[in-house]
Write a protein that binds this ligand. Structure first.
Ligand SMILES: Cc1cc2nc3c(=O)[nH]c(=O)nc-3n(C[C@H](O)[C@H](O)[C@H](O)COP(=O)(O)O)c2cc1C
Length: 324
């Protein structure tokens, strides 16, 4: 009919590498980095790597898929920031449970300023387990975080003081229950500390200091190097989804990452406080309507140091070719 189909350009090897590096910077449970990528021309497949799933803490793979979802969000954003519309299909093949997404680099576009700013936050975002300043997070900023979660199909709710104290108390209980389990402790041991050249797990410099107020139930990764007084009135937010399937977990992961990057652009820092979601009976209490996927403590604080990541070579499925 006279209209010409415009050819969708290839992805250069450099662009693929940059986008994959962005994906690797995503947060993951215990820094397990449970993802693998396959590149076919301008399509990137994102797979969950079951060999890195925490079989004791996360038998359903919920937190593994949330982590993979966060990596998918970074990949989408990196493509967009490089002027390509990301075309996303989640869980595309019913029988292949580990294939989380196919992302194609679609037609070229001019990225919005917001996408550009969010993309610059990818390498600046780090989990911060140190005390935050006492300043409250202003409501317009919280509204931006709520909108970020909503844009990815999840709900972010700010806990009022009563709910916050209830969540903290449930988290203490959960922490105690979890620590009674040898399997939980063994898994933590396996994913913490280690040699300085280790490229996954949580290094000792990222452990939280001992909280002298005894109020905040941050996960105990190993012996703290120091003691410090944490904020008395922490701001806690809950990320929830309507349902609780792998699809919802991947959506939650994308929402989590959009929230964290938005927070980073507003000079906020964050750390998850998730233990209550890891004990089924307590998770129900934290959830309210829907299913709680993450509890985050947010606030203002000094920049935290980044944790290590594996190399591209480690996360590319072996038959992959990035020749575009
Ligand atoms: C699904 C999920 C659950 C997490 N749960 C916790 C948690 O309960 N406590 C905590 O301190 N960090 C938690 N984290 C943060 C990870 O430990 C962190 O992302 C990882 O060590 C990599 O460090 P980074 O976020 O600084 O890049 C969680 C992250 C994800 C994605």
């Amino acid at each position: 009919m006279g209209s010409r189909t415009r050819r969708i350009p290839r992805l250069s090897v450099d662009t693929v590498a940059e986008c994959l590096h962005a994906a690797l910077a995503a947060p993951s449970i215990h820094n397990t980095q449970p993802w693998l990528f396959r590149v076919h021309g301008r399509e990137i497949e994102v797979w969950a790597d079951r060999t890195r799933q925490l079989s004791n803490l996360d038998p359903s793979g919920r937190q593994m898929f949330i982590s993979v979802g966060a990596a998918i969000f970074n990949l989408r954003l990196a493509l967009l920031a490089r002027g390509r519309i990301p075309v996303l299909r989640l869980l595309p093949e019913p029988g292949l449970h580990e294939l989380a997404a196919r992302i194609q680099a679609g037609p070229t576009t001019v990225p919005s300023p917001t996408a550009g700013v969010l993309a610059t936050a990818i390498t600046r975002r780090h989990t911060n387990r140190r005390p935050f300043q006492a300043d409250a997070v202003p409501w317009p900023v919280l509204d931006d975080l709520i909108a970020a979660a909503a844009a990815e199909g999840a709900r972010l709710a700010v806990a009022d003081p009563i709910v916050r104290d209830a969540i903290l108390s449930l988290t203490w209980t959960a922490d105690e229950v979890l620590n009674r389990d040898e399997g939980y402790r063994a898994e933590l041991d396996a994913w913490t500390g280690g040699q300085p050249e280790r490229r996954d797990g949580i290094p000792s410099y990222a452990y939280p200091p001992q909280d002298t107020t005894g109020r905040l139930p941050l996960r105990h990764f190993g012996p703290p190097a120091a003691a410090a007084a944490f904020e008395r009135r922490p701001t806690l937010v809950r990320l929830t989804t309507h349902d609780d399937t792998p699809y919802d977990w991947i959506r939650a992961g994308q929402a989590l990452q959009r929230v964290l990057l938005t927070a980073t652009t507003r000079r906020l820092v964050a750390s998850p406080v998730n233990q209550a979601l890891e004990v089924a009976e307590l998770r129900r209490l934290v959830s309210g309507h829907g299913y709680a996927q993450m509890v985050l403590r947010i606030g203002y604080g000094n920049a935290a140091r980044g944790t290590p990541r594996r190399s591209l070579f480690d996360v590319l499925a072996k038959e992959t070719s990035v020749s575009g």
